[in-house]
Design a binder for this molecule. Structure first.
Ligand SMILES: Nc1ncnc2c1ncn2[C@@H]1O[C@H](COP(=O)(O)OP(=O)(O)OP(=O)(O)O)[C@@H](O)[C@H]1O
Length: 380
């Protein structure tokens, strides 16, 4: 029926109460249906939606597992929360770190105690954990190990911040995500925000920096400074780097508490070797002091590689022996009873370690030559 077909009185009479309610209800339903349809279409068209949903689910699960419940998080905080590490799931303890006693003692006093005993130090600004800590030193010497053990010992929530999480996003998103790092940390404090290879993320600012990168760095620093205004804030940024000279000086100023995790000295190398080989089947004639003395310039990671190689030699010997036995059997054409002791790997010997050492030295030399070769290649 058209409007002109309606009787004139029907158009002029005031609407009844029921008609007004009916109309309002229809309008509300129509409005809601339009809103949700548009939202659904937008979400279906968003290429990152799947990723966001996954991050949200992971974050919810993690938050529940670490015992943080009833805290409302924004979409961006959820994204960052998926980087949370449950301190109870961290396996590394101080016992897994060898030869770094001094660094550990100092970390315990300056970082861990203020976190652990925060109930005793509440209200004192002097005894707050530092807002920034930098671990620096050559690769493979235990910086990541120390960061994990610190999180475990302090009982703090631990955000393992991969810079790509912030930098891969579209312009605008990265700023919201950066803000979310700090707001999430405050909501779930006490919390350590760990940034490995901080030099790649917050390196010396240059005129070549993309505008978005420069803004993100500036924002990161201002949010970091904001932590200072809250006297009771229990949030700390811990960075690790092999190249402290490449870190932006403004960032270095915000991390006055620094720890040098350097190459181990002879005694420390002996301790690291002892720790790596603990629980292994070793020959009685093992002399770790000799190995430690011959491994000047080796990092903890090099020593672990050396031991891994040494342990592999006996597997190789075992397989060879087995093959020889099979060949001998085939030649004699009879099944021979296998002696019991042949079913076990032999212990690791000093010779294995020294062979491992030679191999490691060769590969270290090769990488040094390759490295210097790369440096010599002209850029143009
Ligand atoms: N002091 C140490 N005690 C015991 N193991 C060590 C020590 N230092 C290094 N390692 C061994 O070397 C591995 C690498 O160490 P880690 O990742 O902590 O080094 P890093 O300093 O963080 O290196 P990178 O800068 O390359 O990340 C460890 O997983 C551990 O097995």
């Amino acid at each position: 029926m058209l409007l002109k077909d309606l009787p004139r009185e029907a158009l002029l009479r005031p609407l009844t109460r029921n008609e007004v309610f009916g109309m309002l209800l229809r309008l509300t339903i129509f409005g809601a249906a339009t809103y949700y349809s548009i939202k659904w279409v937008m979400e279906a068209m968003d290429p990152t939606q799947k990723q966001k949903n996954l991050a949200k689910k992971k974050a919810e699960l993690l938050m529940k597992r670490i015992g943080v419940e009833g805290v409302k998080l924004t979409e961006y905080e959820m994204n960052i929360a998926s980087l949370l590490v449950d301190p109870r799931s961290i396996k590394v303890t101080w016992r897994d770190v060898a030869g770094l006693d001094e660094v550990i003692y100092e970390l315990q006093d300056t970082v861990i105690l203020p976190f652990q005993k925060r109930h005793l130090l509440a209200g004192s600004k002097l005894f707050q954990p530092p807002k920034g800590v930098l671990l620096f030193g050559p690769p493979g010497c235990g910086k990541t190990l120390i960061a994990k053990a610190t999180a475990k010992a302090s009982g703090c929530q631990f955000i393992n911040l991969q810079p790509s999480t912030l930098t891969d996003k579209w312009y605008g998103e990265s700023q919201k995500l950066t803000a979310a790092v700090f707001s999430l940390a405050v909501k779930i404090q006490p919390c350590i925000i760990f940034i490995d290879e901080i030099d790649s993320f917050l390196r010396n600012r240059s005129s070549l920096d993309h505008e978005a990168t420069a803004m993100m760095k500036a924002q990161f620093m201002s949010l970091w400074d904001g932590l200072d205004t809250a006297a009771t804030s229990q949030v700390m940024v811990m960075g690790a780097t092999n190249r402290p000279q490449d870190v932006d000086p403004a960032i270095l100023r915000r991390m006055p508490t620094t720890f040098h995790v350097g190459l181990p000295k002879t005694r420390e190398r002996q301790e690291i070797l002892k720790l790596i080989l603990a629980g292994e089947n070793l020959s009685n004639a093992i002399n770790l002091k000799e190995v430690a003395e011959k491994t000047d310039g080796f990092s903890g990671s090099d020593l672990r590689e050396l031991c891994r190689d040494a342990a592999m030699y006996r597997v190789r010997d075992y397989v060879r022996k087995e093959q020889m036995r099979q060949i001998a059997q085939q030649m004699q054409d009879q099944e021979e009873e296998r002696p019991l002791d042949e079913d076990h790997l032999r212990p690791i010997t000093q010779l294995d370690l020294l062979f491992g050492l030679d191999k490691m030295r060769e590969s270290k030399q090769a990488t040094t030559i390759m490295g210097s070769g790369i440096a010599d290649v002209p850029l143009d």
